[in-house]
Design a protein around this ligand. Sequence first.
Ligand code: BES
Ligand code: ZN
Ligand code: ZN
Length: 480
Amino acid sequence: MEIRLGGPDIAAVETDAVVLLETEGQRRPDLAAPLAALYDSGEITGKTLELTLVHGVAGFKARRVLVAGLGKPERKNPALLRKVAAAAARLLKSKGVKNAVFALDSAMSADVEAVAIGLATGGWEPDRLRTEKENTQAIDSFTIAAPGEFAAARERGVAIGEALNLSRDIAVQPPNLLTPMSMARQAREMAEKAGLAFEVLDRDRMKQLGMGALLGVAQGSAEPPALIVMQYMPEFVQPGTAHLALIGKGVTFDSGGISIKPSDGMEKMKYDMAAGAAVIGAMQAIARLKPSIPVLGLVPAVENMPGGKAQRPSDIVTSLSGKTIEVLNTDAEGRLILADAITYAKHLGCTHLVDAATLTGAIVVALGVTSSGVFTNDDALLGQWMDAAKQSGEKMWHMPLDDEYREQLKTVYADIQNIGGRWGGACTAAMFLKEFVGDTPWVHVDVAGTAWIDDAKPYLAKGPTGVPLGTFVHLAMNWK
Ligand code: BES
Ligand code: ZN
Ligand code: ZN
């Protein structure tokens, strides 16, 4: 779909549909008379995400007018605009609309960016493998009509929106099709098109380097592992400048391994690479938007299976860092692969690390499916991350990482064990990662509750959400 910018004279545009925003308790002057009956009967109230589609509205050349509710005027913000735009695009797509205009009477750059993201992503459906789709329609073009100069905002929104679609297209694939190697191939395709340096470390290379923690997880599967490496370099890099790493958990299926999961709900573990898919998407947007900081994208991709060669509870592996790990539960595999990816990012010279992972069920117990949990060893980087999250509209909550949690990871047999007992599971998982991060500024984001949704919303299909892709991109773009 193409997303353009257009002038504010909406009434005169010949198009399939024009989307007009309405706030609660008001009547737009241009609709008050032609749609008086709908307002009077309470069918148009302006409530958040209310959508009213009307044909042949007097005063408009457009075939249809879609009145989209924004809620209370003081609640207008980019995150809400993005949802309303996505819901509008979703509805218009289902009606077979080809060309449409989205009208913003007044707007700031962040609003236009948000609307562009919403329009670009609203029509995404998890139906790529259905031969009989519910809806095969697609919108060809959307024009955002807004007074002002918004070319950069449009470009940012489209880049982030298309990156979200890519990331969701990757994350939605089932594990028989999205193996670690196939994930690597899809990342390579993106990197070649986007002009990013690209490399995949295979099992032999990992052995040479000594990535015992990652290899231990991979050894129970017939599918070989892949460490996906994507590198963005700005044209001019000042000596001594920061170098950011974005690291995403890429477990293409998490059966639990020998510590096997209950079969009920195990199918959800096809999403255990959603954070890795978010890194691949973010790298595409970063390549287009060209921030001033170099960014390394790393995705350790493996399948966690209980094959005959699988690691056992009580195995002790030697990680790339040299530290030994006692694997007491093979289902705590995300932290093992991330440990080696984090060490590798440091070896490559990264000065700031951000990892995202569907890491623990405990974070879902703590925060539900609304906010991602954020852990850090560096308040400055945390501040940058939270600012970026505010811009992206992805909700984040700062979680504790006190030294005391380290006690729960003590074992006499190795330097550290990979589980921390019953309490504070998300915190001990983060503490495990910190062991490999050391003093490098780092933020860890547990997206186990936010990386996918089980039930569709008017503005979001069921399946992977793309979180925290938007925050990744804003973090890189904000870097001074
Ligand atoms: N991939 C899971 C975490 C997860 C759980 C993601 C629910 C999404 C929804 C992770 O690898 C895992 O299995 N974690 C275990 C850790 C435990 C064994 C210490 C968990 O959370 O139960
Ligand atoms: Zn697991
Ligand atoms: Zn997992």
